[in-house]
Design a protein. Structure first.
Length: 124
């Protein structure tokens, strides 16, 4: 029987090549803030704006799906617009620079929870 050491070495090397940011998510809050704050005069304004909006709406859809699967109601109003989601997220990131090192999905979640907090249920 062969020793498993080469396999463990390969796994250790592979694990070491993954950056912490990659493990936490595709973007940090800082990267999302930069995307969403691209000046209109920039040549890549439209591309970055669509990327910003796509990321935020995808994150919110994922949060809502998780709540639905767990039989919980979404606290984000049904009539919220994509523009409102973007504005809430950008405002949160602008006002909380210390949070930008977290994953972008975490900051989108924090921004939406702050803007539309879920009502607390009373314990009986």
């Amino acid at each position: 029987m062969k020793s498993g050491k080469p396999v463990y070495l390969l796994l250790a090397v592979a694990a070491g090549t993954c950056s912490p940011a990659a493990l936490a998510g595709f973007y940090t809050g800082e990267e999302l803030y930069e995307l969403c704050s691209t000046p209109r005069s920039s040549n890549d304004y439209l591309e970055k704006t669509y990327e910003c909006i796509a990321y935020i709406t995808g994150a919110v859809d994922a949060f809502n799906t998780t709540r639905e699967v767990n039989k919980l109601k979404s606290c984000i109003p049904a009539d919220v617009t994509i523009s409102q989601l973007r504005n809430v997220t950008v405002d949160y990131l602008r006002d909380n620079p210390e949070e930008r090192s977290a994953s972008a999905s975490r900051t989108v979640f924090a921004a939406t929870r702050k803007a539309w907090p879920c009502p607390r249920t009373r314990k009986r």
